[in-house]
Design a binder for this molecule. Structure first.
Ligand code: GLA
Length: 434
């Protein structure tokens, strides 16, 4: 494994120290799960329709320092959120989707997930798949500063951190592909977000310097190295590019608005109409079950909004195919052009993204050395991601910062005190225990 700058010795020492103080045990007994965040330069919003996505982890993410309990009790603290979470892994966990709260106006809504729910979700997923979980964990979880709720998949990174810790505590050995499915259970069945498997695939499968290409229909994946990154190097210097993250200051959970799930439902409705048009209505209504020729021949049957969602799916799949070729041949210029085209399709066809995120994308597109940029996660909040020529990265970062502060002064001022709009980072590793 390349010797990457994250997590630093200080970051590891901090989580070890806190977890050891919580248990009264020696710091050397504390295990640390390293669960990185991910970017998805191409393949946006097609994972839930069985499309192929391209992703990579970065050298930032979640650390969970923990010690297995002698009994079923779990006791957790967080670096980002107040309070403590205590529960027994013996308790049968109820999905958030079944827990409703009554609002004063008489409406019923799903209860919002709180930070401790991810640990319970991990127990739920393990229980649901028949794994014996009898031991809890005591631990401290903490994300890289300022990056929570940024569209870098902190939710999946947290879920995976708890899965790996609970599996260690219960001497369960699972493959990355099995853990992708368990994290899908946390997100889809426990939290009620109808997302695909992009996030957890990137976090569990990534390899430094490679792009992970995941076919979300067949679950076949490949790791495609970039010729400009030397995997044998023991450090991150000398890379061909930097990953530029630009933060909007907009934060809210994907499960707290219906935007994400509504789009998923629209894609499925488009698939249903297209499948029925060819007498294949018995197939699962996912756009991956419709071939491009069928779409071209029958798209006139779709109402305008559904036609746009389908256009995004088919054009994005094509950009992924082209993008893989560009990546493998080291053509970052072409790869970046496809990323920016993907952002345009997200805006025009998928109709996601908010004004601040569009402003950020524009600031990135104008900056020197930026090969391409798009929304990072779902596009409703969080950050944009750009690939930038390493030699121009600092200048690009400065200009994006200035431009965003000019366009969105209030949101930029609301970012964590003293923190910048822009963060430059590097590719990372897959989730692992140290
Ligand atoms: C979120 C979801 C992913 C994916 C992206 C958009 O990150 O969790 O499953 O759909 O949005 O590409």
């Amino acid at each position: 494994m390349a010797n990457l700058s994250w997590p630093s010795a200080e970051e590891q020492a901090r989580v070890r120290e806190i977890a050891s103080a919580m248990t009264g045990k020696n710091e050397n007994d504390v295990k640390v799960v390293v669960s990185p965040y991910r970017i998805c330069p191409l393949g946006a919003h097609i994972d839930h329709q069985g499309g192929t996505v391209l992703a990579m982890t970065i050298n930032r993410g979640i650390l969970l320092g923990f010690i297995p309990s002698n009994d079923s009790q779990s006791h957790l603290r967080s670096g980002q959120f107040d309070g403590e979470v205590k529960f027994s892994v013996d308790e049968a966990q109820q999905p958030k989707t079944t827990r409703m709260i009554n609002l004063e106006n008489g409406n019923n809504v799903h209860e919002e997930a709180n930070w401790g729910d991810y640990a319970k979700g991990a127990v739920f997923a393990l229980q649901k798949s028949g794994k014996q979980v009898t031991k809890g964990i005591t631990g401290f979880i903490c994300g890289s500063e300022g990056l929570d709720s940024s569209g870098l998949s902190s939710s999946a990174a947290v879920g995976i951190a708890y899965l790996l810790a609970l599996e260690y505590a219960n001497t369960l050995t699972l493959t990355p592909v099995e853990n992708i499915e368990l994290d899908r259970i946390i997100e889809n069945e426990y939290l009620g977000l109808r997302n695909g498997i992009l996030d957890q695939s990137a976090i569990l499968l990534s390899n430094y310097g490679c792009l992970t290409s995941m076919n979300c229909k067949t679950k076949d994946y490949t790791l495609v190295p970039h010729p400009g990154i030397n995997k044998n190097e023991k450090h991150e210097n000398g890379e061909a590019f930097k990953i530029l993250l630009a933060f909007s200051g907009l934060k809210h959970a994907l499960t707290s608005t219906n935007g994400y799930n509504d789009r998923v439902a629209e894609c499925q409705e488009a698939a249903r109409v297209l499948l029925q048009a060819t007498g294949s209505g018995d197939l699962e209504p996912l756009l991956c079950n419709v071939d491009r020729e069928t779409y071209e021949a029958h798209k006139g049957k779709l109402k305008p909004s559904l036609a746009k969602r389908a256009e995004h799916f088919f054009s994005e799949n094509a950009r992924v195919t082209e993008g893989l070729k560009a990546w493998a041949s080291g053509d970052l210029r072409e790869f970046g052009t496809l990323m920016s085209a993907s952002a345009q399709s997200s805006i025009q066809n998928y109709e996601c993204g908010s004004e601040p995120l569009k402003d950020l994308c524009e600031a990135l597109w104008q900056a020197p050395g930026v090969y391409g940029a798009r929304f990072s996660g779902a596009g409703f909040r969080g950050c944009c991601v750009g690939l930038v020529e390493a030699g121009q990265a600092a200048t690009a970062a400065r200009l994006v910062e200035l431009e965003y502060r000019r366009r969105q002064p209030e949101l930029a001022a609301g970012l964590r005190p003293g923190s910048s709009v822009v963060l430059l980072c590097n590719p990372g590793q897959s989730a692992h225990l140290i």
